[in-house]
Design a protein around this ligand. Structure first.
Ligand code: AMP
Length: 290
């Protein structure tokens, strides 16, 4: 496994792969790797060779009051894990490789980037799309792998890739969860004591919606009320948004339709967590993937 620190060298590797008609797969991450990230790597390895994992804690996607400084950084453990998985390349540039002095360009996906996470975290998606556009330009992936854990992010990146005629095909992988349902996240490391158990409320709220849908509930407001009730019942959890949106437009729906997301955001102590379920129509019924 080769650890690449410069954009110039990553570009060279990408060029070599293209010349040899190899299918380079990219897995963008911010490190502090866990099984959720590894699932993306394994999927990439099924579809691509070589596979590159980027590790870059992107300052541009953190707001002023957010956790950029304390975001978990576990580089040595990440490298050991990726080596064990037989990843070909790790692209881990220092910030100045990505944002040299004088940097002043941004990629913004309008509309989709302004609702939900975009509303709560102004500038977040601008930071995400800008860095992902740069990573795509540097690594030239034929396929790039993202988690449904960040469903809005994946939708926005797919839009960006289409709008900018990028070659990268976006692959979205399922959410990997702990045994008790908590969606894996680097930020779970912040959870202290009883917060860890309380954090399962996000999953439990989605699971409650799933049960209601199985019983025939189709009304978004009723499902949102069910989800909110689960979050409200958990002391130590402060609900943020609880929404059901069209999976394509991310606009609110009144009742379930073809393909929707139930999205929840909540604070558990000082830690902000998000989770979602994908709701897809199949004939008369709806399948819910949490
Ligand atoms: P991050 O390092 O948090 O920026 O995440 C890097 C990629 O891993 C993103 O595409 C995330 O959606 C994905 N990811 C994070 N957690 C999970 C999870 N629990 N299951 C699946 N994918 C995940």
């Amino acid at each position: 496994m080769e650890i690449i620190r410069t954009t110039a060298w990553m570009k060279q590797v990408a060029r070599d792969a293209r010349v040899k008609e190899r299918v380079l797969g990219l897995v963008p991450t911010m490190g502090a790797l866990h099984e959720g990230h590894f699932s993306l790597v394994r999927e990439a390895q099924k579809q691509c060779s070589p596979v590159a994992v980027s590790i870059f804690v992107n300052p541009a996607q953190f707001g002023p009051g957010e956790d950029f400084k304390k975001y978990p950084r576990t580089f040595d453990a990440d490298i050991a894990a990726l080596e064990k998985l037989r990843v070909d390349y790790v692209f881990a540039p220092p910030p100045e490789e990505i944002y040299p002095p004088g940097f002043r360009t941004a990629v913004i996906v309008e509309g989709l980037g302004e609702v939900l996470e975009g509303r709560v975290r102004p500038g977040h998606f601008r930071g995400v799309t800008t860095v992902v556009a740069k990573l795509f330009e540097i690594a030239q992936p034929r396929l790039a792998f993202f988690g449904r854990k960040d469903a809005q992010q994946a939708r926005i990146i797919r839009q960006m890739a289409a709008d900018l005629n990028l070659d990268a095909e976006i692959v979205v992988c399922p959410i990997v969860r702990e045994a008790d349902g908590l969606a894996m996240s680097s930020r779970n490391a912040y959870l202290k004591g009883s917060e860890r158990q309380a954090a399962t409320a996000l999953y439990r709220s989605l699971d409650a919606a799933r049960r209601e849908i199985a019983k025939g509930e189709r009304d978004a407001a009723s499902l949102i009320a069910v989800m909110r009730a689960v979050l409200d019942a958990e002391p130590g959890v402060t609900p943020g948004y609880v929404e059901i949106v069209d999976a394509d437009t991310f606009e609110h729906v009144v009742s379930l339709r073809k393909s929707c997301y139930a999205l929840v955001a909540a604070r558990v102590g000082a830690t902000r967590l998000i989770d979602n379920a994908l709701i897809e129509q199949e004939g008369e019924s709806f399948n819910v993937a949490v």
